[in-house]
Design a binder for this molecule. Structure first.
Ligand code: PLP
Length: 400
């Protein structure tokens, strides 16, 4: 067994590009909140893959839907109607502020679609010259060239210049900075209502409301990147319910199809009209398999009111983490987040806490160098979070 593992590790090092910095540990099975490694050791997954498995691993309703769809139809082209795609779009529209959906396969693709829509809509309505997009500092929008240029963290840009032209970045929650950055060449503003990769920083409600007003005054599209914070993660299905602000465009991915690759760009009717035939496409976008999984996952999310559950359980967990902060002010600088999207800013590298929790059987992750991130499945029991908290408490107590 040990030699098989060693060979898979060394083979991985030979055949894969080295971009992930992976742990020497293969996760081979999952069920609910648990995953097992190749030694048969069980872990509680408090990161949900990476914000994906909102319903836990291999949710039975998602598995059933995938099995049924796999026996029926896996791929046909978007030149024909795809029934599960239309049904999933209809469900999303019924529960969101949007009127139209474009499906793709990942978060970064959803962001690319949003950026293209913003430029094209502006071109159709106002003519050429309004192509710029304003994004926020410390944001993360993905790794493809458009989403990368929108991302407001220089470390992701290094070595990939020249970046796509037409992006600028302003500080989070600073409406005056945003106002100062808007000129006649700007067509859109893109914001994660709660920044994820950048360190779990929620926008203030007043800020987002002022951004909406500004976008209305200046005819800018307001794009909410809800790839990480949407679909119940932060305590509401869509961020418009959390902040009482309706964007024109929303990007989704991660939690949308119970673990199957999918992305979606949602738009209001008027801008959506600009995506006329030929303007945009994705071969696998909205494929029957992913959409069947999406329907099952979305149905379960609504049926069990997972956003409400996330808000309640997450609120309690944030409260307990704040108590831990009071107990260990020398170790915890701040606790941030909404619902079950939580960051604990430490005074030391988060890798230490992540490693200690992993040794105790809990998977967590970083959000920047000092932030310990929790994105547990929305079905998690409070008691599980309490045991993770106990382990964190013990680790901090022992820490010099
Ligand atoms: N947008 C946000 C807010 C994200 O958090 C991420 C990924 O973490 C992305 C976009 C990119 O998603 P993907 O990795 O599926 O391309």
């Amino acid at each position: 067994m040990a030699s098989q593992e060693t060979s898979i590790q060394s083979l991985g090092q030979e055949v894969l590009t080295p971009n992930y910095g992976q742990r020497n540990m293969a996760l081979v099975r999952g069920e609910g909140i648990h995953v097992w490694d190749s030694d048969g050791r069980r872990y509680v997954d408090l990161l949900s893959g990476l914000g994906v498995n909102n319903l836990g691993h291999c949710h039975p309703e998602v598995v059933k839907a995938i099995q049924k769809q796999a026996q029926t139809l896996i791929h046909v082209s978007n030149l024909y109607l795809i029934e599960p795609q239309i049904q999933l779009a209809d469900m999303i529209i019924q529960h969101s502020p949007a009127d139209r959906v474009f499906f793709c396969n990942s978060g970064t693709e959803a962001v690319e679609a949003a950026l293209k829509l913003a430029r094209r809509y502006s071109f159709d309505k106002f003519g050429a010259g309004r192509h710029k997009v304003i994004a926020l500092e410390s944001s993360f929008h993905g790794r493809t060239m458009g989403a990368l240029a929108a991302t407001g963290q220089p470390k992701y840009h290094e070595g990939f210049e020249p970046l796509l032209e037409g992006f600028s970045h302003v500080p989070l929650n600073d409406i005056d900075a945003l106002k100062a950055a808007v000129d006649d060449s700007v067509c859109a503003v893109i914001i994660e209502p709660i920044q994820g990769e950048g360190g779990i920083y929620p926008c203030q409600t007043q800020y987002l409301q002022s951004v909406r007003e500004l976008c209305d005054q200046k005819n800018l599209l307001l794009i909410f990147d809800e790839v990480q914070c949407g679909l119940g993660r932060a305590g509401a299905l869509f961020c418009s319910d959390l902040f009482d602000v309706e964007p024109d465009v929303i990007t989704l991915a991660k939690g949308l199809a119970g673990g199957v690759a999918i992305g979606a760009m949602l738009a209001k009717e008027e801008p959506a009209k600009s995506l006329v035939p030929g303007t945009h496409a994705a071969t696998f976008g909205g494929n029957p398999l992913a959409c069947a999984a999406g329907i099952a996952a979305f149905n379960f999310t609504i049926k069990e009111n997972l956003p409400k559950r996330s808000k309640k359980i997450g609120g309690n967990f944030i409260g307990s983490l704040n108590q831990l902060k009071d107990k260990y002010p020398q170790h915890i600088r701040e606790v941030r987040g909404m619902g079950l999207m939580i960051g604990v800013e430490l005074t030391f590298p988060s890798a230490e806490a992540i490693g200690a929790l992993l040794n105790d059987g809990f998977i967590t992750g970083p959000a920047g160098p000092n932030v310990l991130r929790f994105l547990p499945p929305l079905i998690v029991e409070e008691q599980i979070l309490s045991s993770a908290l106990e382990r964190l408490d013990a680790f901090l107590a022992a820490k010099k």
